[in-house]
Design a protein around this ligand. Structure first.
Ligand code: HEM
Length: 143
């Protein structure tokens, strides 16, 4: 009988390791923002970002490190207490924007040397904060 060896990405820093640690996250985020810069349907969410994406790239890679139970690099560099919905509350992000954001991430994941089940896991997990961001942004901007 074969016993399944599927890794449990929720255990300790398994996700951080599966993402290739910080170097892997930097590559993922760079590919993600490169895709956002070129995909026509992402022009709207690209335009919400600063002209120079270098800080956005750095912040997302460092944020994902702690989010995947790796080192708390975002807090060390940019300060503690960040809530992803609140960090986006000033933006008019809709559900259509969430779908495009996740599409950019899905295309970026396809360019990574990750296990296929980890790519799917990460995309499913990222949809959780993405949906919370939309809920808060729509509440803020409907008034
Ligand atoms: C739902 C779709 C999303 C859109 C359209 C979006 C868009 C943006 C934009 C435009 C900024 C720049 C804000 C500014 O400079 O004022 C930003 C910042 C950021 N986003 Fe998102 N985002 C989305 C989802 C996410 C998700 C799911 C995560 C992480 C799990 C995330 C993590 C970040 C981080 C860490 C920053 C930097 C926050 C800061 O320190 O200011 N975003 N996002």
């Amino acid at each position: 009988m074969t016993i399944s060896q599927a890794p449990n990405y929720g255990i300790e820093d398994a996700s951080y390791q599966a993402a290739g640690q910080l170097q892997g996250l930097i590559k993922l985020v760079n590919d993600f923002y490169d895709i956002m810069e070129t995909l026509p349907e992402a022009a709207h969410i690209r335009a919400m970002h600063p002209h120079d994406l270098s800080v956005s790239r750095d912040k997302l890679a460092l944020f994902l490190s702690a989010w995947l139970n790796g080192p708390r690099l975002y807090a060390a560099k940019y300060g503690k207490g960040i809530s992803m919905p609140r960090a986006h509350a000033h933006l008019p992000i809709t559900d259509a924007d969430r779908i495009v954001w996740l599409k950019c991430m899905s295309l970026a994941l396809q360019q990574q040397d990750y296990a296929e089940d980890f790519k799917q896991y990460l995309l499913t997990q990222l949809n959780v904060p993405a949906s919370r961001i939309v809920a808060l942004c729509e509440q803020q901007h409907s008034q």
